[in-house]
Design a protein around this ligand. Sequence first.
Ligand SMILES: Nc1nc2c(ncn2[C@@H]2O[C@H](COP(=O)(O)OP(=O)(O)O)[C@@H](O)[C@H]2O)c(=O)[nH]1
Ligand SMILES: Nc1ncnc2c1ncn2[C@@H]1O[C@H](COP(=O)(O)OP(=O)(O)O)[C@@H](O)[C@H]1O
Length: 189
Amino acid sequence: MLFVISGPSGVGKGTVIQEILRRRQDLSVSISYTSRAPRAGETDGLSYFFVSRAVFEQMVAAGEFLEYAEVHRNYYGTSRAQVRKMLDSGRNVLFEVDVQGGINLRRQFKELRSIFILPPGEAELVKRIKNRGTETPETLRLRLETMRGEMLKAGEYDYQVVNNKLDACVEKINKIIDREIKLEKESRR
Ligand SMILES: Nc1nc2c(ncn2[C@@H]2O[C@H](COP(=O)(O)OP(=O)(O)O)[C@@H](O)[C@H]2O)c(=O)[nH]1
Ligand SMILES: Nc1ncnc2c1ncn2[C@@H]1O[C@H](COP(=O)(O)OP(=O)(O)O)[C@@H](O)[C@H]1O
């Protein structure tokens, strides 16, 4: 099965996905390429593969991405080779991409199930991004600008889950994944 998770910056996508990975061994997360600079504590090949804009553009020209988009003035893309490897291993795959990536992946994989993570409110979202301590006033402004457009796309996802209490959100998404895997197995009988 293929799953995609999207949501505005700071809603907790990364945190929720780490928790889901701790709870299940049947899921691989696709590690994207990005031209964004690594944040403190981010390791190349774990959070992302960090490359320059020039290298990213070469990879686009070589057709190495299943999908890519420019988000908050940086490139982000899903590697074709990596996804093929994960699918060949027979594991379920989870993508964390922006709403442009979500639309693009849905077009390519009709069996993809999509989950949008919503914040409990805009003030809380801003608080979380600020508390993370990773953004300058300028990158914060860009993230909030993008947020409005992203929230408008929430209704196009199969599921919408509010990340108020972390554990409850993780539990809901975990159940959605279980349910979709079960439904898919039943449909193949
Ligand atoms: N289209 C697309 N979006 C991606 C990909 N990887 C990450 N993103 C999205 O890019 C946006 C920015 O990610 P990031 O810089 O880590 O910032 P954060 O959302 O503030 O943690 C988020 O919406 C991610 O979901 C990708 O491979 N493709
Ligand atoms: N349910 C939650 N309640 C409070 N803070 C949260 C919650 N989920 C995540 N956070 C915090 O919010 C910040 C943004 O989370 P992060 O996972 O980086 O978001 P995203 O990947 O969506 O940008 C982090 O500091 C994280 O610890």
